[in-house]
Write a protein that binds this ligand. Sequence first.
Ligand SMILES: [Zn+2]
Length: 716
Amino acid sequence: MRACLLIIPVCFLAACNTAPPKNMAERKAAAEARPLNMHPTDIAGFQQLATRFNSLISLPKLETAPGDIEHAVTNTISRAEAALDAIATCAHEKQTFGNTIAALDDLSYDIGLTASRLSLIKETSTNAVLREAATQGVKKLSEWAVGLDYREDVYRAVNTYAKTLPKLTGEDDKLLREVLRDYRRAGLEMPKAQRDEVEQLRKELTKLTTDFESNITKVQHPVKFTRAELEGVPESFLNSPGVKTGDDEFTVMANVTFHVLTVMENARRETTRKKLAGIQSNLARAENVPLLQQILALRDRIARKLGYATWADYVIEPKMAKTAAGAQDFLVKLNAGLQPKFAAELEEYRLLKAKDVGDPQARLNVWDWRYYSNQLKKEKYTVDAEQLRAYFPYEKALKGMFDIYQHIFGLRFQELDAPEKWVEGLQLFGVTDSETDEPLGLFYLDMFPREGKFNHFAQFGIIEGKRLPGGQYQRPTVALVCNFPPPSADAPSLLQHSDVETLFHEFGHALHSILTRAKFSRFAGTSVPRDFVEAPSQMLENWVWDKKVLDSFAADYRDPSKKIPAEIIAKLKVAKLATVATFYRRQLSFALLDLALHTQVRDGEQQDVVKISNDILSNVFLPVPEDTAFVAYFGHLMGYDAGYYGYAWADAISADMATVFEKSSHGYQDTKAGRRLREEIYAVGDSRDAKVSIEKFLGREQSIEPFLKTLGIGGK
Ligand SMILES: [Zn+2]
């Protein structure tokens, strides 16, 4: 997760009159003259070691009072505006790449530092007042940043420089091209009147999308059932607060996901499931269907004014898929590939239903699949998740993961004394290259839940990597903010297998950030296209399904001589595959309807958005009743519009990348493949096209076949 929500392009520092670079040679010589501890355990020693490599290791200085947060925001904004003014007013003949284009990256880096720091406070501070102040600070900064795209004077300066046709290469060239592309996407190339119109349409769009989202949040729909109607639903749910509302009355909220899932997965009676599914797929219908119609028309209008064929083409342009057709082709291929396995899975559920209802011809409906896939898992593939926890005490899992990543990527992680901690128990580590002792960055671990803390699992960038204007390289600092089960009175923190998978995944993002060598922060670390960013981390999830990897650290904490039995791992894998085509076909139905809505619904034409979506849901997944309108409640259409395809897209890349390790005789411990991942993916970030990086890592073109194989299609 990127903490900074700012829209680039932007920039920094008194552009025309940059201070002369400090004398690096002198500084380096001074650093080298001092005797150095090559394996420091304190932050000062680690920072000193970094200077030898002409790089900078920094800790964030977190604000401790609401007033400081306000100051930070105000100062950041005024520094940024001064820098923008300097770019805009620089005389043509004095313009250089550094003071005009790189200056934009310097400026956005500076804003990002403040935004990331405040986001971290917002999500981790133990002080509620400070969290609120940081929330307001982030909001103020984001709102201000929206206007950055529209600084016409800055755009003119950039354009004047671009017209000199500077001979740029590599990352510099990419930066200029992308800055120009962003201005074009914001409409800056159009005459003022047209641009104002687009800006007006965008404002309208923002209002409508906010309304759509708040209708989803607002909707409440209680559905009352008797105990008999809820036969099969766990007692713990029926007795939970708010559910038991009368003697024989239970209230299920159709707008609360876990309520719906619990009933759909467990209720034996088809009438109950059908009723609840029907209500859920009509939530917010009256308000949101007309809104969606307007939103899609507006998006189409904006996209065409900006010179794109469709909204999907506009949204996908900066991503790996590049065009709507690119995304569509992928989805269609995957859909076809999944067909045989999907059909087989559906037939398995149908047979369970046939037996259940005593009708060999029983039909499997859209309200049945959750129930029967759950039955299937219970009957055929039970693995006791609780029992598995004994093999994964947190400390051992963490150390096991460290050992593996240090080995394959050629790194060393050293715990350092953190001078300041935002919470007791916070740990700080330095990352160094194991061959050269070069310090590469820092990471914090904030791993257990507490009140008011971010309640999911994520990597937060705090300081991004960047070549600073003075020539030094600022190495990154990140934090893993997680919520693993805390230790209890009589046992250490014991993770589920899925928690260990999450740990390997999230730490992958940290490595992606820390191992960067990109020159500009815009391209550093995880700042890669959104349909690619998850792929390397998804790939690392494979590690925890490998017996050799697991045996290197997983052992029963009560008797460490006991490893996880091979048959349990095998069973876990079979269970994972049993319903995987159902999962992906449902995902694909969402992705395809998202693309269809953003390519087929045109401004000025009356198209039925419900029919378009329902037809796709019915064809790709399971037939939906005509009187339902799933799209009215599909929140992804707002923040992730024309982007849903990205989930499966990244999964396909991840599966393909994993084959490099799988084919090696060292498997997931292969150091050559690890080094290649480090050099070709992590280090380059977005400084070159993601497709090129993937091909360099694979040593060939990317293919969808390995993904299909991991789904149990085509054998392995
Ligand atoms: Zn992730």
